[in-house]
Every structure is written in structure tokens, then in C-alpha cells.
Design a protein around this ligand. Structure first.
Ligand SMILES: [Fe+2]
Length: 476
């Protein structure tokens, strides 16, 4: 009798129970198929000038997670693409086939722990091309296009390049110039087409700022001196300045090594705003202490004389560190006075909002219009339960709301300008929605100038699309 090889031992951390995690159920439950549908049913009339593809990324774990499952940081990336071609729509979805996911497919199970319970899989399980890192690079948060490449991004690693058909080409480290990758929210300068990025890490340097030129070459990498590693998911780049918020969401690498929660909220540590010249060095960062808060996403910011204006979603602390229903994220405006080294913060809107966006042609410039997903239940955002999208006119000091049917949850609103028009008012807003009664998904096309009115068109997607994260429009 021949002894068989011993089976690989499962990790000491246990399987996550989907029934105990709202982000693995209902509108967040992952789908298990990749499909292509050439002609998707459209209600209303798709504008004929609207030619291109809307791509949206989001977590979609292929295997039952182990350790912990923290929305929005865990779960394999899946990109959903809706293509518009002269009034017709098609749909396609694909997982981002990361090295970690490829290893898990070979193993037939999850090998990596969650963001809060990082776990180094054994080398034999992940194989020679696996992701030898306790944090799996899931590439699940955003999808951007720059210098001819489409990149799926998350905060934890090197971007993954996708082909036009959403197939995964592989990790893209900018020809070796960016081995550590970038966070999920690089900024693309609408005038010069430079891409600006941050990268945070649990080992020094804890924060790095960098620039990629219009032809796709890394032209600058600047370490920013930080006393400890903090979560810096998003930032702002104006015509003259880089602005970031250093909040007390701190990574604890010792706790991590003990297999305990890796991210903690250091009550009383305070928040500080960092401002540096866009072409400056990390040691030119001006730090301004402000009231303790947390920011996940910025709407936009711009420099005006000696001030920098930053619109952002203010939170008392991150959802995943607040024990759920204790936070109402709201739109704030922070005016930073550079000569006085002070900041004045003001509430713009009482609504609970997230996923703030603008016309990206105004990125870093003075914007007039902005958008966000909103929730009537002030705690809805923590659970991802939005019920409307809001359009702000910051010059007029007004807002309008597009409210969906009860039980229909909208995601991030994405503005698409009408071709060859330069007004922030002229174009459409794309919103992916999820019907929690029917478990169906639509891509809703709103006229930006008649935002509260009935949609111009509704694309009834052929399969449910779980609620996800960020997306962008790429013109044909
Ligand atoms: Fe984000």
C-alpha cells in the first residue's frame, strides 16, 4: 500500500461565515460567473454620442474568505464593463486574475487572510508565481486608464493591467520603477496628462508620493516623512499643491504579527492636513493640525492665491473601526490658508454621502459641479445602502437629488461629458443600481442638466452586479 502525500494543512484561522457578514450577502453577494452579452435590453434611448465603455471594479471573492472579510478592502477584484455603441449596449465581466487568485484557483480554496487578519500562506500552496505577501493584492477598488493602459488598482499592491476584453495581462510595475504599486486613487491632470499617486505601507517609508508622465514613465518618487503608518486612501492634487489628510487610522505591525487586527483607531492622536508643492519634496510638506476626523474620499480641490480649497467626505472615523452604525459621512469644505498655516472647515450638506465625483476635466481645478451617492438613513453609508444620488452646484449653492425606487441602491455617480462640449452642465451621469427585491442590476443614464428627471435610458443588465466600488468612463 502506498502512502499518499499529506494534504496541505488549512490555515489556523477559520473560514468566514457569510451569514455573519453583511458584505457577503444580498446586494454584496459575489457572482460566480464571467459572461458576455452582446445586446443588452435598454429602456429609453441611449444618446448616440455616448460611445465608449463604463468600467466598474469591486470585490467579488471567488472562494469563501478566511480570517476576516472587511469591506471594501477584501475580495478579489471583478471588473464589470458596459459598452455603448451608437445606441446599443453590451455587457461583460471578468475577475482580475491576480497572482493570489491564480494560486487560490490551483488550491481550490482561499489561501490569504483578510486585511485585518493578514496571513502568510505557505510557499508550497502559493507556488513559484504566487503572491508571497500576507496581504493579497486583490486589485478590487478602482479601474483607471493612463498612457494607453487600463489598470485595476487597490491600496495594497502593484496595479494589474487589463486588456480591452478585460482579460488580465498581468502586474504592471511601470517597467520596474514602481515595485510597491500605488493606492487606488491616482489623480490624472486634465491639462498635462500626468498621473499622481500615493502609496502607503506598513514598513518605512510609510508614505510615498509619485508622478507618472504622460507617456507612462515614473518621473518622480518622493518619500513623505510619517511617524507611523496610517491609512491614506485618497488625496488631492491641485495645479500647485498636493494635499492629504493624515488621520489616526494606524496600522499596527506588531499586532499584525500576532495575528490581531492590523488597523486601529488611535483616539486622541488627532488629524493633520499635509500640503506640499506639487513639484516639491517630501520634506517641504506643511502639516496643519485639525480636529480629529477621517477621510476616505475627496471630491476635488483647487489652489486659489494663498488658499487651497478641498471638498471631501468627512467622517468621525472609518466604518470598519466604528463598530458599524456610528458615523455619518458628510460633505465638508476645508479652506487651507497657507500663509497663516491654518484650516477652516465647514459642513456643506447634512445628507449622508459617499463616492464623491466631479467632471474629471476639472480635476485639481476650480469645480462648479459635484456628485455623490446619498443615503436618507444617516447610517446607511456604513452598510452601503444609498437611496439617491445628489448633484451639487457649488457656485449657485444649490443641490438636486435623483431618488431611486424604494429598495433600489445606487452606487458611485460618474459624469460623462458630451463630446466636444466644455460645460460641466453638459453631459450624462452613469449610475449602477441594484434592486434588492428582484436582485437585478441596471446602469442608469441621467441627463446631468435635468438630474432629478426621469433617466434618459436604463440599461437592464443581464445578470446581477454586486454593489461595488469605483468606476470610470473611457470614451471609444
Ligand atoms: Fe476609494
Amino acid at each position: 500500500m502506498r502512502m499518499s502525500q499529506p494534504a496541505p494543512q488549512p490555515p489556523v484561522i477559520g473560514l468566514v461565515d457569510p451569514a455573519g457578514n453583511p458584505f457577503l450577502q444580498d446586494q454584496f453577494a459575489p457572482v460566480d460567473e464571467e459572461i458576455d452579452v452582446a445586446d443588452v435590453r435598454v429602456e429609453g434611448r441611449l444618446p448616440e454620442e455616448l460611445n465608449g465603455s463604463y468600467l466598474r471594479n469591486g470585490p467579488n471573492p471567488q472562494f469563501r474568505p478566511i480570517g476576516s472579510y472587511t469591506h471594501p478592502f477584501d475580495g478579489d477584484g471583478m471588473v464589470h464593463m458596459v459598452t455603448f455603441d451608437e445606441g446599443r449596449a453590451s455587457y461583460r465581466n471578468r475577475w482580475v486574475l491576480t497572482r493570489g487568485l491564480a494560486a487560490e484557483r490551483r488550491a481550490g480554496r482561499a489561501l490569504y487572510g483578510g486585511m485585518l487578519t493578514p496571513f502568510m500562506p505557505d510557499a508550497a500552496s502559493i507556488g513559484p508565481d504566487g503572491d508571497a505577501n500576507p496581504f493579497k493584492n486583490v486589485a478590487n477598488t478602482n479601474v483607471v486608464r493612463h498612457a494607453g493602459r487600463t489598470l485595476a488598482l487597490c491600496d495594497g499592491g502593484v496595479p494589474y493591467e487589463l486588456g480591452p476584453d478585460l482579460s488580465t495581462i498581468g502586474e504592471y510595475d511601470f517597467n520596474g520603477d514602481l515595485p510597491g504599486g500605488m493606492t487606488a486613487h491616482p489623480k490624472i491632470d486634465p491639462v498635462w496628462d500626468e498621473l499622481f499617486f500615493l502609496r502607503y505601507d506598513v514598513v518605512p517609508p510609510y508614505l510615498v508620493y509619485g508622478v507618472v508622465g504622460p507617456k507612462g514613465r515614473v518621473t518622480r518618487i518622493e518619500p513623505v516623512d510619517m511617524p507611523e503608518p496610517t491609512l491614506v486612501h485618497d488625496f488631492v492634487v491641485t495645479e500647485e499643491h498636493v494635499v492629504l489628510f493624515d488621520c489616526p487610522a494606524v496600522f499596527d505591525s506588531e499586532a499584525m504579527q500576532r495575528g490581531e487586527q492590523a488597523l486601529r483607531w488611535h483616539e486622541g492622536r488627532g488629524t493633520r492636513i499635509g500640503v506640499m508643492p506639487r513639484e516639491g519634496t517630501g520634506d517641504e510638506m506643511l502639516w496643519i493640525p485639525v480636529d480629529e476626523c477621517f477621510v476616505m474620499h475627496f471630491l476635488n480641490g483647487y489652489t486659489e492665491n494663498d488658499t487651497v480649497v478641498v471638498d471631501y467626505v468627512h467622517r468621525t472615523r472609518p466604518d470598519m473601526l466604528s463598530g458599524g452604525r456610528s458615523d455619518t459621512p458628510r460633505l465638508h469644505r476645508c479652506v487651507i490658508d497657507l500663509s497663516r498655516r491654518s484650516a477652516h472647515d465647514e459642513l456643506i450638506d447634512h445628507r449622508a454621502v459617499e463616492f464623491p465625483r466631479i467632471d474629471d476635466r476639472r480635476a485639481g481645478l476650480r469645480h462648479r459641479v459635484g456628485y455623490a451617492a446619498a443615503a436618507t438613513d444617516p447610517f446607511g453609508v456604513a452598510e452601503g445602502i444609498f437611496d439617491s444620488v445628489v448633484r451639487y452646484d457649488f457656485e449657485a449653492g444649490s443641490s438636486s437629488e435623483h431618488r431611486f425606487q424604494p429598495g433600489v441602491i445606487p452606487g458611485e455617480p460618474v459624469f460623462v461629458p458630451r463630446p466636444d462640449r466644455y460645460s460641466e452642465h453638459d453631459g450624462w451621469v452613469l449610475v449602477m443600481t441594484y434592486d434588492t427585491q428582484r436582485h437585478t442590476s441596471d446602469l442608469v443614464v441621467l441627463d446631468a442638466a435635468r438630474f432629478a428627471s426621469a433617466p434618459v435610458a436604463v440599461v437592464h443588465l443581464p445578470v446581477r452586479v454586486p454593489m461595488g466600488l469605483h468606476g470610470n468612463w473611457f470614451p471609444a
